[in-house]
Write a protein that binds this ligand. Sequence first.
Ligand code: ADP
Ligand code: MG
Length: 395
Amino acid sequence: MSFEQLTENARRVYAARFGGAPRWLAAAPGRVNLIGEHTDYNGGFVFPMAIERYTVIAAAPGGTPGRAALYSEIFDRTSEFSLLEKEPPAEKVDWESYVGGTIACALEKGLRPEPFRGVILSDVPLGGGLSSSASLEVAVATLVEAASGRQIDPVEKALLCQKAEHEYAFMPCGIMDQFISAMGEEGRAMLLDCRSFERQSVPLDNPNVVVLVINSNVKHTLSGSEYPERRSDCARAAELLGVELLRDADSEALAAARGTIEAEPNGGRIFRRARHFLTEEERTARFAEALRRGDYAAAGREMYAGHASLKEDYEVTCPETDLLVELAAQLGLENGIYGARMTGGGFGGSVVVLADREKAPAAAARIAAEYEAKTGIKPSWFVTRPAAGARLIEE
Ligand code: ADP
Ligand code: MG
């Protein structure tokens, strides 16, 4: 669906629900991370771009004084939220948690919206690793800004959305998703330093290059300890290297400390976890340089290497995402594939592929067919270019 179709649908659903035309259309995109995986909690770099998939809210002033009424098309339900006081989190996380949490955190930031009513539509797949949750939060924050007649600094806005996700959805996420959804730029990816919040805007604007996202459509259920275990392995590695965060170490220091680390209980594993992080930092820097030069084949090589590191050193890939990357690599440059890697937390989810615009659809169809033949699972895929972040359309 195009952005125009989605906003048109939002106007139509608004008219059907509340009558008349909306005053505001607030939109915020989902995202995909190009490289820099499992790096945020070590203070490292991530490299996301916004995708051409959005959450859109069509709204206008009105309704109950002191309240917002929002209808979720996906859940086919309208809920009300206080605009006067910070409501506490609900125990059970639902779509209202993201909306209510963002409104509550925006109130806490001093925004004073007039009452409004609106409808929420989205073509970001929910729970598909493309951060529909951040796109919803950022769209809500953008709407609350409009209803308050005041804009806040985009970094503040991203941070308040992250706070909503922490406190109302109980998800201890980093800053990437909200930053890119709030501040993405068309034709550019964002090299984001998760420690300083510094951002570099890196062009990915060659009209012949696209990003292909293929969802393996598997999500392996885990014990729940995988993520905290990797975090604590990294924290232990940092401790053994005498630094606060792995960000402060480098590959040379790690090589010098290898014996000490490996002598620890689980030392081999801890060493490999640290090696993934430190080499990923180097790959991310080289990837950004390659994009700046327009050398997509070089960028693609960093993606393959990143996947191998996530597979062998970080152990967060799975047979299905490994297969998708392998199939992409087999097609290779002559079929328009520059590189591929898993993206997101791992254990399933999506792979991100850098590809030639003309050849991407045929390559994707071949990868999908072979993946389905081998696994019996139908993957889903789409092609996108780096999109702009949150926007407000006033009617
Ligand atoms: P992801 O962010 O990877 O898509 P999450 O589990 O973090 O997955 O967030 C998905 C949740 O966000 C949904 O279950 C729903 O509660 C909420 N959500 C996202 N988009 C919408 C939407 N358009 N309408 C209502 N709720 C949404
Ligand atoms: Mg999410």
